[in-house]
Design a protein around this ligand. Structure first.
Ligand code: MG
Length: 387
């Protein structure tokens, strides 16, 4: 039986790599639906070659005109459409590659339906991790990580007891500004950050990698996904991005997952789990590689890692507050409305102010409120900068 898969965020960087992996195994996987946001040109080019039963787009007007032109396809529209396509009948895996907070409700929708979720939408886990994991346990649904670090940990943990883990070690390539001083960081631009990403993952996450917010978020995600206390989660800079993370067990043995930095390895494992099947990525030549380097995370240079620990330990709606502030700050940096170090400033300030609305036990509406409250706070700060 082929696995039937719905891919959300199919036109994005991770989404396209997912379509590529699915296309490589027509004997194993079948596409039941995709969502493409606003990218209608991508959708139409895709539909020429690939029949899909269900498609979701954001705009009602796009939806109407597509319905006229493709009468055999079921079109879904907007946020409700995403929630619907995430909960279709007879789907084995929802692959959620939506970028941003909008990916949260489709994740919950699939879990409620009892569909396994391959989760590349980080915001679901950062902002609402406790909620998502609680619901997944209740519904006996698998949450399979796509992020290379969490996929690595997931693979290293396979068959082991979580109680035997001493610590998780998340590796960081260090991002575009790894070797810059605080002084130099004051004048970097979005173009500088986007130049040569180690991983091909989209603009927002490339900026998050450069500010190290991404590493902070990954600490929160690891806490949530592996039910691991923050004291047992560490990070280390590893410029080559060959080891994608490690698990140290109580006997002091370490397991690491290594491969060339290609997201399709993690994407495919999420679909083929627990099997490891052939793919078209490159093999890793250890002798050519020669050596691997590691150095400690410098949180004075990248204080957002500490902020993530604080927000994560605080729990409740605080990670959603950090996420909401950061989304707006990064979007503003990308269009030149704030400087690189303003991202940090805004995130710290909004989290501090967030104490006013802090809530420990949260339902979905609390998370949604906290995220949008924080976005507004960040927007106000950026407007005041007046760039
Ligand atoms: Mg990552």
């Amino acid at each position: 039986m082929k696995k039937r898969i719905v891919v959300l965020g199919a036109s994005g960087c991770i989404g396209q790599q997912t379509l590529d992996v699915i296309a490589q195994h027509p004997d194993l996987y079948e596409l039941a639906g995709i969502s493409v946001g606003h990218n209608i040109a991508f959708l139409e080019a895709f539909l020429k070659e690939n029949p899909v039963e269900n498609v979701c787009v954001i705009e009602e007007k796009d939806c109407e005109s597509l319905r006229q032109r493709y009468p055999d396809i079921r079109f879904h529209c907007g946020q409700n459409g995403l929630d619907d396509i995430a909960a279709l009948d007879n789907v084995d895996v929802l692959f959620n590659a939506i970028q941003g907070f909008d990916g949260l409700t489709p994740t919950l929708s699939a879990i409620n339906k009892g569909t396994d979720v391959a989760i590349a939408n980080k915001e679901s886990l950062i902002a609402a991790g406790e909620l998502v994991v609680r619901l997944a346990r209740e519904k006996h649904v698998n949450l399979i990580p796509i992020d290379s670090e969490h996929s690595a940990i997931f693979q290293c943990m396979n068959g082991y007891d979580y109680a035997d883990v001493k610590r998780l070690i998340i590796t960081a390539s260090g991002g575009a500004f790894r070797d810059l001083s605080r002084e130099q960081l004051t004048s970097v631009t979005a173009a500088d950050a986007l130049k040569h990403p180690k991983w091909s993952m989209g603009n927002k996450i490339t900026i998050d990698s450069a500010s190290m917010m991404n590493k902070g978020f990954e600490i929160i995600e690891a806490h949530v996904l592996f039910d691991m206390p923050y004291e047992k989660i560490e990070t280390v800079i590893h410029p080559e991005s060959i080891i994608h993370s490690l698990v140290e067990f109580n006997d002091h043995s370490l397991l690491a997952e290594m491969a060339v930095a290609d997201m399709r390895v993690a994407i495919q494992y999420a679909l083929s789990y627990p099997r490891k099947i052939a793919n078209s990525t490159q093999t890793l030549d250890l002798c050519k590689l020669g050596s691997l380097n590691f150095r400690p995370m410098d949180t004075r240079r990248f204080p957002l890692v500490d902020l993530a620990y604080q927000a994560g330990k605080k729990g409740g709606n605080m990670p959603a507050i950090l996420n909401g502030a950061n989304e707006v700050a990064v979007d503003s940096f990308l269009v030149g409305h704030c400087r690189f170090l303003d991202i940090e400033k805004i995130n710290f300030a909004v989290c501090a102010k967030g104490e006013e609305i802090y809530k420990k036990d949260c339902e979905l509406e609390d998370i949604v409120f906290a995220n949008s409250w924080a976005s507004q706070q960040a927007q106000t700060m950026i407007d005041e900068l007046g760039r």
